[in-house]
Design a binder for this molecule. Structure first.
Ligand SMILES: *[C@@H]1O[C@H](CO)[C@@H](O)[C@H](O)[C@H]1NC(C)=O
Ligand SMILES: *[C@@H]1O[C@H](CO)[C@@H](O)[C@H](O)[C@H]1NC(C)=O
Ligand SMILES: *[C@@H]1O[C@H](CO)[C@@H](O)[C@H](O)[C@H]1NC(C)=O
Length: 183
């Protein structure tokens, strides 16, 4: 009798263990939604510019409204609009004026995280940025590190712009789905 109940307990324990493994595997595959607001410190004039037109159509002015102009950028990303607030990472990549009417930029940007929370992870932003429209959206197409298999979207807004200094602060609200555990 005692032996039988011991066997039963052992069987129950094995069953519980198997259940725990199944549940934790399912848990690892769960999608998690992460939202963040990033502040991009962009300097478009002077010796310390963080954005530059590097190519364009010969004979045309290389501006953001001229079809074919290619920009390269490396902007600091901060936690709040204050340029001296905590550093979250950098936005590195390119924009190209892809609309014949000059109203759309094709964006291909890596958000390279260096701040405590996501250091070493990246997100890839790609899409059509309509720079004359309020809160234009681009896709988040992938990620690395904590953001492996990430997908989502980002809204781009101009938070402030000082035309004297060429210092613009952009706000990108990013919403991504990614897995709760790295795999
Ligand atoms: C550019 O950066 C250098 C090095 O950080 C700094 O000494 C200089 O004052 C900056 N110039 C401008 C115009 O901001
Ligand atoms: C971005 O997020 C901030 C809060 O962090 C919010 O105030 C703002 O309205 C959002 N912008 C857009 C375009 O959703
Ligand atoms: C632009 O920046 C300059 C220099 O920092 C400052 O004096 C001026 O008040 C700023 N303008 C606006 C509209 O914030």
């Amino acid at each position: 009798m005692a032996q039988n109940s011991q066997k039963l307990i052992a069987k129950l324990l094995i069953l519980l263990l198997a259940l725990a493994i199944i549940i934790s595997l399912a848990e690892a595959k769960k999608l998690k939604k992460t939202k963040m607001s990033l502040y991009i410190q962009d300097y478009s004039t002077g010796p310390n510019s963080t954005v530059a037109a590097i190519a364009g159509i010969a004979g045309k002015h290389w501006t953001a409204t001229q079809f074919g102009t290619l920009y390269i950028t490396d902007d600091l990303i901060t936690k709040t609009a204050d340029p001296n607030s905590a550093q979250i990472g950098r936005s590195q990549g390119m924009y190209v004026t892809s609309g014949l009417d000059g109203r759309t930029l094709h964006v291909s940007i890596s958000v390279v995280f260096t701040g405590k929370k996501y250091a070493g992870s990246t997100l890839e932003l790609q899409g059509a940025y309509k720079h004359f429209e309020h809160n234009s959206e681009v896709s988040v197409v992938s990620g690395t590190g904590k953001f492996r298999f990430a997908r989502g979207y980002a809204t781009f807004e101009t938070y402030s712009w000082n035309t004297t200094t060429g210092h613009a602060i952009l706000r990108w609200n990013i919403t991504v789905l990614h897995y709760t555990k790295m795999y």
